[in-house]
Every structure is written in C-alpha cells, then in structure tokens.
Design a protein around this ligand. Structure first.
Ligand SMILES: [Zn+2]
Length: 152
C-alpha cells in the first residue's frame, strides 16, 4: 500500500507542531494503520507518566495536504490537553457515580473533546496561513515603502 504522505513530511510537520504546541517533553512515535476504519484519520495512545505517545494514522486516508496538516495538529492537540483529560479521569468521580453513569459521562466527555480538538486544529492551521499571508503583506508593504523612499 502506498502511504498518503511520506514519513519525512510527517516528521517535519510533527516537529513544527510539537514546537508550536510546546510538547518538547513528549516522545511521539508515528505509525501508519494499514487496517484503519474510514471513520477516522488517526488515533492517539498516550502514557502521560513518561510523556510517550504512539499516534496511528490511517494509511488509507484520502485527504489533501491542508487536511493532513489538520490531522497531525489534531492528534498532537490530544497530547497538549492530556493534563485536563487526566485530571477528569483521575478526579475520583468514577467510584462515586458508579460504572454505568461513568460510561455515559465518559462517552459524552470524549465526544465533546473530539469536537473541540477537531475545531481547534482547523483554527490553528488557518491561523498559521494568516501568519504567512500577514508576513507576505508586511514584506510587500516594506518593499513598497522602500521603493517610494519612505520609512515606516
Ligand atoms: Zn481526536
């Protein structure tokens, strides 16, 4: 099976997002899922105690590069918010409310979290584009100002 994107590109993207999201302490192992469902593009398994994660990407994903960047950002965002997720999971609620209530609560929490992480990753990629556009605008403005002999 041909991978949707090369590992070198994935490593470069991962490095940029890890830096941007301040995930320097995390060791991330990226893997391609050859038997992934069409329902999702990736999944993150993490061990917060030693800040290690394995992120599996769906090898059959058919997304463009913009979406691929969102997928990488999305999976790394799960690590970024893992402190909050761990806090909820370890707050001692489970024995207080019982297993069935916990199952309902946890499923709802996971759904909300997935939705928020997905939207945040889209926003982050979009803001990164704005930054590039802003820098291009600024450079153009400075060239124009130099051409006209003016200073800002
Ligand atoms: Zn997710």
């Amino acid at each position: 099976m041909r991978l949707p994107y090369r590992n070198s590109l994935l490593a470069a993207l991962s490095g940029r997002w890890k830096h941007r999201l301040c995930l320097h302490e995390w060791t991330v192992h990226w893997r391609w899922m050859m038997d992934g469902s069409d329902n999702y593009d990736g999944e993150t398994h993490r061990a917060s105690y030693n800040r290690t994660a394995t992120i599996r990407l769906n090898a059959s994903m058919t997304c463009d590069y913009a979406r691929f960047r969102e997928v990488v950002a999305h999976e790394l965002l799960h690590l970024r918010i893992s402190v909050m997720v761990d806090a909820v999971e370890n707050a001692g609620i489970r024995p207080l409310i019982g297993e069935s209530a916990w199952t309902v609560f946890w499923a709802q929490w996971q759904r909300c979290m997935e939705k928020e992480v997905d939207q945040l990753s889209e926003i982050l990629v979009e803001v990164a584009e704005w930054k590039r556009e802003d820098e291009a605008l600024l450079a153009k403005d400075e060239r124009e100002a130099r051409r006209k002999g003016r200073k800002r």
